[in-house]
Design a protein around this ligand. Structure first.
Ligand code: UT7
Length: 334
């Protein structure tokens, strides 16, 4: 059997600026009670001045490299997961690579929203298993606060998203029994418009116009059919987690820790109930960060590694569902 890939180091970074539910209720018609009841979110972080996802990502990446004991010169590829690239093009992974002083190694973005981190993990694992790389840096970074409609019109989406970044260094596992067991990726593009950001759009002439910022449903802000997304999420999460377990001859009872994407605390509670899992095994930090899409899993994983919930020998599942629709799982023997 070829060497297994493992997470050798992890890092995270969020802006200092805390935005509470009460802060939001001062700029739109919402309340702390509504947001907490429907989502479990108490606060999130928003950048207070210009700062790209790759600026946060670089902080997280340096921490991940230091904790792995791996130098940037030993990194053979950089994968950056985001739905909020710093600029339209080139890929933000290039900007990140420059900030980190990387060699001229491959660097590319993965644009798969809430599943982006797991798609990136799977891509990095494939590079490592194919012998194309020994160490890969995978970073999820998002700046939502500059792209949401912070008025009552945009409240359904605006209250759930936050800014942040998380990074991991992947490399050969020190123990062949431990590390990444498998990854499972899915997409169903026919639901793309249920959760999307339509403008600016290269298929439109012009790509963006003043009307995209006005009206009842402006195309320059994310649009979401919240209940529709919710229903698919609570079906696809248990499905893909079961798929990952079955692929390895394991069962839900074997699972020690579940780290789901942080979109809504209620979704994660539904998932635990559907799997008949003890909720204490599910890692949640959405109360403090909101939904940071591609950054949410590494942010939660970093916390769980630091506080010992994720520790040697444990069976750990990472799982995500989001825009696309896309969904995914990764199973680790830690
Ligand atoms: O990471 C990407 C994946 N995203 C998700 O997984 C999100 C999945 N969906 C959800 O988490 C939930 O659908 C939301 C949290 C977005 C919304 O919760 P909901 O229980 O589905 O509420 P709703 O959209 O059905 O809205 C209920 C009411 C509506 O008012 P009426 O029509 O009943 O008078 C909304 O206008 O709540 C209203 N509302 C709000 N009220 C206060 C919507 N947003 C807000 C708000 N504050 N922020």
């Amino acid at each position: 059997m070829s060497e297994r890939t493992h997470i050798l180091g992890i890092g995270s970074a969020v802006p200092d600026n805390v935005v509470t539910n009460d802060d939001l209720s001062r700029v739109m018609d919402t309340s702390d009670e509504w947001i907490q009841q429907r989502t479990g979110i108490r606060q999130r972080r928003h950048i207070a001045a210009d700062c790209g996802g790759t600026d946060l990502g670089a902080i997280a990446a340096r921490e991940a490299l230091a904790s792995a004991g791996v130098g940037i010169d030993q990194i053979d590829a950089i994968v950056y997961a985001t739905l909020s690239p710093d600029i339209d093009w080139p890929a933000s992974a290039n900007l990140l690579a420059a900030k980190l002083g990387a060699r001229s190694v491959p660097a590319f973005d993965v644009r798969n929203q809430c599943s982006g981190f797991l798609y990136s993990l799977a891509s990095a694992d494939a590079l490592i298993r194919a012998g194309r790389a020994r160490h890969v840096l995978v970073v999820g970074g998002e700046i939502h606060s500059t792209g949401i409609d912070l008025t009552t019109r945009g409240r359904e989406v605006a209250v759930i998203f936050g800014d942040g970044a998380g990074a991991v260094v992947l490399g050969p596992s020190p123990d062949p029994q431990r590390g990444l067991l498998s990854t499972h990726l899915h997409a169903e593009g026919r639901y793309a418009e249920k959760l999307w950001l339509e403008s600016a759009s290269s298929r439109k002439k012009p790509r963006i116009e003043p009307a995209d910022l006005d009206g009842d449903a402006p195309r320059a802000f994310p649009s979401m059919s919240g209940r529709y997304v919710f229903k698919h999420a609570v079906t696809r999460f248990p499905e893909v987690i079961q798929e990952a377990l079955a692929a390895n001859g394991l069962r839900v009872e074997d699972l020690d820790v579940l780290i789901p994407h942080q979109a809504n605390l209620r979704i994660n509670q539904f998932v635990a109930a559907a799997l008949e899992m003890d909720e204490a095994k599910v890692v949640n930090n959405i109360d403090r960060y909101g939904n940071t899409t591609a950054a949410s899993i590494p942010l939660a994983l970093a916390e769980a590694m630091r506080d010992g919930r994720v520790s040697e020998g444990r069976l750990v599942c990472l799982a995500a569902f989001g825009a696309g629709f896309t969904w995914a799982a990764a199973l680790f023997r830690w």
